[in-house]
Design a protein. Structure first.
Length: 995
């Protein structure tokens, strides 16, 4: 298929004839027709051919032919196709050991060229397993180890190679680099050994006081973070000695010992097994029982580290990231799976059952229960976890989470903390979302139904209260399941009865349940009649904790119409009155954090109304109070606070409504949402500015440490709204927003949130000097998120701004250009050169104009592909800015004689150069003359073609230009003519003066 396409492409494009419009139309028509091919293939090579198709491979019946074909492709620079051939060759049965080793070595060479060093190590190791001490395999593995920073392994291979092949001079430069590094490492190790011994004496001396022990253990934590330190501690029976400290009475000493163990386990499966066998899962579980948040958190971290290293979960997660990256660019790949051996499975299930039992064990502290739930949340799922979901449904884990969800401190059934309810809600939500089949969903719902039926049928009234509390938590997690429980006969009546009682605790729980149940408009409408009178009565109570919750319930029910200005469930002015009450709670510094959190949640709903947004922005003290509360970054306030900021800035996702659809809806007498007058751009701009001046960036930076992906998406939206205003970008950077944006754009964000954060970074990079805004290493960290903006799923505006930002970055230094090359950015940028949208095509060409200053990019143009042809054709484009960029790129590229030859092979090159050297634009004319000069100097045959026809007359005319603005072009032309004289292609006039 591709071969046919390639022939058609050449037949259509490279016909002789003058140039522009009709030919350009043909080019773009062909590209549009074959876009899917170019999208998939352009990440490897700009050619439109695939030189190792499956069809061809199938025809090659023997290994030798495949290997030879792979070698040819390797020499041609087509590494992906070469790897395909080598892989197919390995599939042939009865391969000789020598042939198998040779193929593995060739594959390692391909991976080294692609800078995939882990894969290079694997293939070189495979070759060594076939033929022990093979010099080439050792050399390639040594190179890969050096690039990975594994100095000891690289030095070991280099030493082995010198012993096997002393005459091999290629290894000497590598040994020269590695020897001082190894010497430094030995010196450091000796120093580490002395420090560890000193700390051991202090930490494990029975006569030392706790303060000295703590200091010594904290120093051991620092030493254990280093590989040499961790290894030395283990070698000196450190694990056994640390085990004795776990029996200490001082919890701070125990916690420090646990932290040292966690650092020892990090980055080592063998050390993790040692700790597991020495201390045991049960003992670690008992440590989590203690009523100390610090100890529970540290122990949870240790257990998680051991789980990750023993099961290889970190490797799986990395493989999953690679899988997703390959899928994005259309590369064929297979999803990785977690594969465990017997002892790994046993350890995994022992830990799993220990965590499940902790959920309902009344002896476990609230802090320990939270740590157990956090471990389950982080590591349970199928996608990037330990795949515990199915096992979880088979145990009492679900009942345990529901018990935590309904636990009430005053009842003292289970010790819980302020965060336990939220942990349970998130865990339930994650598990429900991870269910694959209808059978699993039905089982989840069935177990929930049975649990609640038991509670509601219990004669003890406290059980019903706990059931309502658990329903409230479910509504914050898997809402569908919570709504199902709420629909049970009599549940709503119990909830309303509790709200109408005189017991403050019952009122509080019932109001929270009402608030969380009103999440969808239909549900709000059904609750409105019954709940509003009760909530109004509760709002009149003296107890602030009840009052603020009732207020939030009214806020939620009153804004069920969303941003639709025509849909107001409550009386005119009621939302403004409720917003005023929320601001009053927010403004009072004497109110506790819980009340201010609820007030913030109320505003999160009310700020859907544009009038409320304007009032809040106008109330400077309330706005600053909101920012102040948010900056404290309390877990429960993160999402509602970020939602308020999203609503004020109108950065929530808005569906584009086609005008024809609105007319159709009106004709069908369907309700059409109306935009509020104060939600127009001019009002939004004022609100964004007011929010920035109130210090919102500081609050956003504090919130950026949130673990919730949804919260981080909200923050990305607000940052984008702020950076949309060019005059606010400096403020965002000055208050630490740039650092927060890098984190949001690169990790732990939703698929929608990451591009938004990257777009905000792009806006900053476009208008501000990256060297000042992102000093040092931070500039290099921008490359990946900016390249992600070029993904096909991003909007055209995101593509454009990503290209503009990359253009700015690539103009700074060659090391940055090398980073873009290393991130496989060149084919992606080139792909946009062929876009039909002229601004995208122009931006990509301008970016490539900077990129060609990199030597590796020039080498790409020197290879057998159509890159040079395309850039030459673009020098005759109708867009003057594209011509300017393409001619600039060609001026740089033609320093290479190979590129000069390729330019002269473009059938319309002569006419294109003529059009450049007579261009009215001073800059374009200079670039055209520079290209001619390079071509003339590169090769006599090319020079001979240049002086034929009208070009010589044009050059002679340009050589006598007196216009001071065109002196650079004149100098280039004179150099070119002098070269032609040197070649004896033309003769200088006898009386000509050399200037």
């Amino acid at each position: 298929m591709l071969e046919t396409g390639c022939i058609a492409f050449h037949d259509l494009i490279w016909q002789s004839g003058p140039i522009p419009l009709c030919r350009k139309i043909i080019i773009f028509q062909w590209i549009a027709k074959h876009r899917t091919i170019t999208k998939a293939r352009s990440h490897y090579n700009f050619r439109f051919t695939d030189r190792c198709t499956r069809k061809n491979v199938k025809k090659m019946s023997d290994q030798l032919a495949l290997k030879e074909e792979g070698n040819k492709l390797f020499k041609a620079g087509d590494l992906v196709a070469a790897l395909t051939c080598y892989t197919k060759a390995l599939e042939i049965s009865d391969l000789k050991d020598a042939d198998k080793a040779a193929i593995y070595k060739n594959m390692a060479a391909c991976h080294l060229k692609q800078e995939k060093y882990e894969e290079a190590v694997e293939d070189a190791t495979a070759a060594l397993e076939v033929i022990n001490n093979d010099p080439k395999a050792l050399y390639r593995r040594c190179q890969a180890y050096e690039k990975l920073g594994k100095v000891e392994e690289a030095y070991k291979d280099a030493g082995a190679l010198v012993n096997i092949d002393p005459k091999n001079t290629a290894i000497h430069p590598i040994l020269g680099r590695l020897t001082p590094l190894i010497q430094e490492k030995v010196k450091q190790q000796n120093s580490t050994s002395a420090k560890v011994s000193q700390m051991f004496n202090l930490a494990f001396d029975l006569t030392s006081d706790d303060e000295k022990k703590l200091q010594a253990l904290n120093n051991l934590v620092v030493l254990a973070r280093d590989e040499a330190g961790a290894k030395f501690i283990c070698d000196q029976s450190g694990v056994q000695k640390l085990k004795t400290l776990l029996e200490a009475r001082n919890l701070a000493v125990i916690q420090s010992a646990v932290r040292v163990l966690s650092c020892i386990c990090n980055n080592s499966e063998s050390r993790s097994w040692s700790v597991s066998k020495e201390i045991g899962v049960k003992r670690l579980g008992l440590l989590m029982w203690e009523a100390s948040e610090a100890l529970a958190t540290s122990t949870g971290k240790l257990i998680e580290t051991m789980l990750v290293k023993i099961t290889g979960l970190d490797i799986l997660r990395k493989a999953e990231e690679d899988y997703q990256a390959k899928r994005k660019i259309g590369e064929p790949c297979r999803r990785p799976k977690l594969e465990l051996v017997e002892n790994q499975r046993e350890y995994l299930m022992e830990t799993f059952h220990m965590l499940i039992k902790m959920l309902q064990n009344y002896k476990v502290s609230g802090e320990g229960r939270d740590a157990a739930m956090e471990l389950l949340m982080k590591n349970m799922l199928r996608k990037n976890g330990l795949q515990w979901t199915r096992d979880f449904l088979e145990t009492e884990g679900l009942e345990g989470l529901l018990a935590v969800a309904g636990a009430i401190k005053q009842h003292e059934t289970l010790p819980v903390t302020e965060n336990s309810k939220m942990h349970a809600a998130v865990a339930l939500s994650n598990i429900y979302d991870d269910l694959y089949s209808d059978k699993e969903v039905d089982k989840f719902k069935s177990k929930c139904s049975e649990y609640f039926k038991d509670l509601f049928s219990d004669e003890i009234f406290e059980s019903k209260i706990e059931a309502i509390k658990a329903v409230s938590t479910l509504l914050q997690g898997p809402y569908e399941v919570g709504s199902m429980i709420l629909s049970f006969e009599g549940v709503t009546k119990i909830m309303f009865a509790m709200a109408d009682s005189s017991n403050v605790l019952h009122q509080q729980i019932a109001v929270e349940a009402i608030v969380h149940s009103a999440q969808k408009q239909k549900k709000c409408n059904s609750l409105l009649a019954g709940a509003v009178p009760i909530l109004k009565n509760l709002y009149e109570t003296a107890d602030d904790s009840i009052k603020v919750r009732a207020l939030v319930g009214l806020c939620k029910l009153g804004t069920s119409g969303g941003t639709d200005a025509s849909n107001k469930p409550m009386a005119e002015g009621s939302t403004l009155a409720m917003a005023k009450s929320c601001r009053r709670f927010l403004n009072n510094p004497n109110k506790d954090v819980d009340l201010r959190r609820w007030a913030t949640e109320g505003l999160a709903f009310l700020t859907l109304d544009a009038d409320v947004k304007e009032d809040l922005v106008g109330d400077t003290s309330a706005l600053k109070s909101l920012v102040d509360v948010t900056a404290k970054a309390e877990k429960n306030i993160l999402y509602p606070a970020s939602t308020v900021f999203v609503n004020i800035t109108n950065s929530y996702e808005q569906k584009e409504i086609v005008p024809e659809m609105i007319e159709l809806a009106k004709y069908a007498k369907q309700h059409v949402p109306e935009e509020h007058e104060k939600d127009k751009p001019e009002f939004v701009k004022k609100r964004v500015t007011a929010l920035a001046n109130a210090g919102v960036v500081t609050a956003l930076v504090a919130l950026s440490n949130a673990e919730s992906k949804n919260t981080r998406e909200q923050l990305s939206r607000v940052f984008l709204s702020l950076t949309n205003e060019e005059d606010l970008r400096g403020l965002v950077v000055a208050q630490g927003g740039a650092k927060a944006l890098r984190s949001l754009a690169m990790e732990n964000n939703t698929d929608k949130g990451q591009p938004l954060a990257a777009q905000a970074l792009a806006k900053i990079t476009i208008t501000m000097n990256p060297e000042t805004t992102f000093p040092g290493q931070r500039m290099y960290e921008l490359v990946r998120p900016l390249l992600n903006l070029l993904h096909i799923d991003c909007t055209a505006l995101q593509n454009f701004e990503g290209l503009m930002a990359l253009t700015n970055l690539s103009s700074i230094s060659d090391s940055l250009r090398s980073r873009i090359v290393a991130e496989k950015g060149v084919p992606i940028i080139e792909n946009y050169m062929t876009e039909e949208h002229e601004m995208l095509s122009r931006a990509a060409t301008e970016c490539m104009c900077n990129m060609v200053m990199n030597e590796d990019v020039v080498k790409m143009y020197e290879k057998e592909n159509d890159r040079t042809k395309l850039m030459t054709l673009y020098c005759a484009d109708e867009d003057p800015l594209v011509v300017k960029a393409a001619s600039g790129a060609l001026a740089i590229l033609t320093h290479s004689p190979i590129v000069c030859k390729k330019v002269s092979q473009v059938q319309s090159w002569y006419e294109i150069l003529q059009s450049l050297v007579v261009e009215e634009s001073i800059e374009v004319q200079h670039r055209g003359c520079y290209i001619v000069m390079n071509l003339m100097c590169a090769d006599k045959d090319i020079a001979a073609k240049l002086v034929e026809g009208q070009m010589l007359e044009i050059l002679m005319a340009l050589s006598i230009l007196e216009d001071p603005t065109r002196l650079q072009a004149r100098d280039c032309v004179k150099t070119a003519l002098e070269k032609a004289v040197e070649y004896e292609l033309i003769q200088a006039l006898p009386n000509a003066k050399k200037s």
